[in-house]
Write a protein that binds this ligand. Structure first.
Ligand SMILES: [Zn+2]
Length: 352
């Protein structure tokens, strides 16, 4: 299914590009700017089973994207400057913001040197449990359990089931099935308890992912010292906020800001909702973020920015630089707004 979905998206991007439709649609769809979402930037791995590859691009592709953006008639701006332009209705030039979620060490190791050299401002949204080494990168626990075993047994919907995952194809299919089952569970507690079971039973060290992949506080401080870098909040525990009680949502947002302030002496004014799609952040979260005084908050709902987003600064869409689509022509189509306009039926605002 994932393969089919990717083919359809890729086909859509290709036909918008090669038909020239993205150029024709640009005046209507391109808006005033865009925010790009990135996760990992690191050299490619050879493994055939990489269900989370969509979350990583190569340093080489980032370099090409940055060169392309620098050549375009676009301003590369910080989140504060984006906020100013939206608030002041200063739309004389289109702009792009680069944002990195989760505070991976490769942001410092691979992305930062590229962006520093090109003097590109960027933001890093940090879930504080990651540098505190208490974070649970649960999607990697699932990946590791499936990668290292030929069978996985799980208690699903009241009964024990055993799944075969001996081949790469079976591993991919099983990852998709369990991942989306977990994502649809009504609470984060249920999701986490399945992950704790998998980790214990298949001997996957949850805590090791944080140590191995995420920046420590000193590493974050090194990045934060550069005026090109904005440190944003990404909650404490990286949970789907829409599945939490109201009080917990508030404290996840507010506490993460205080913990970052204590760790880095910077009080974040910008927020990214974990996971960020409509099952994870909705009107209640947008309102709480605004009440808490965040200047902006970003989702992962796909889209470019329009002047009307001025009234919805805590419900901003983004464009993902997806590892499955590492071609410059896809970036051109995505920044033209034509692809996301087609996906959303030409609706400019998606803040409900
Ligand atoms: Zn995240």
């Amino acid at each position: 299914m994932a393969g089919l979905r990717q083919k359809i998206i890729r086909g859509g991007l290709e036909s918008l590009y090669f038909s020239g439709a993205y150029v024709a649609l640009k005046p209507f769809a391109a808006g005033v700017g865009a925010i790009l979402t990135l996760h990992h930037v690191r050299p490619p791995r050879r493994d055939r089973f990489q269900p989370n590859r969509l979350l990583e691009i190569t340093p080489r592709f980032l370099t090409r994207v940055v060169k392309y953006l620098r050549r375009s008639k676009l301003d590369l701006v910080s989140l504060d400057e984006m906020h100013r332009r939206l608030s002041d209705r200063d739309f004389s030039r289109r702009f792009v913001c680069l944002t990195f979620d989760d505070g991976y060490r490769d942001t410092l190791q691979y992305a930062y040197p590229i962006l520093k050299e090109a003097e590109v401002p960027f933001a890093v949204y940090v879930p504080t449990s990651f540098p505190d080494r208490l974070g649970e990168l649960w999607w990697l626990v699932l990946e590791a359990a499936i990668a290292r075993n030929d069978h996985i047994s799980l208690h699903i919907n009241g009964r024990n089931r055993t799944f075969d995952c001996a081949t790469v194809a079976a591993k991919r299919a099983l990852y998709e099935e369990i991942y989306w089952w977990l994502r649809r569970l009504p609470t984060e507690d249920e999701l986490r308890s399945v992950i704790h079971y998998l980790a214990a039973f298949y001997q996957v060290d949850i805590a090791a992912f944080c140590d191995e992949l995420c920046m420590s506080w000193p590493e974050l401080a090194e990045l934060a010292a550069d005026p090109l870098v904005t440190i944003g909040a990404h909650t404490v525990n990286h949970q789907m906020l829409a599945k939490l009680p109201q009080k917990a949502v508030r404290s996840e947002m507010d506490l993460s800001r205080s913990i970052i302030e204590a760790g880095l002496s910077i009080r974040p004014e910008h927020l990214s909702y974990p996971v960020g799609d409509r099952t994870s952040a909705g009107p209640r979260e947008f309102e709480i973020a605004a009440e808490l005084g965040f200047k902006t908050a970003v989702t992962t709902r796909p889209g470019v920015l329009f002047p009307a987003h001025r009234e919805h600064l805590t419900a901003l869409p983004r464009i993902s630089l997806n590892g499955e689509y590492q071609r410059l022509r896809y970036v051109r189509v995505l920044l033209s707004g034509s692809a996301t306009a087609m996906w959303s039926g030409f609706r400019r605002l998606d803040a409900a």
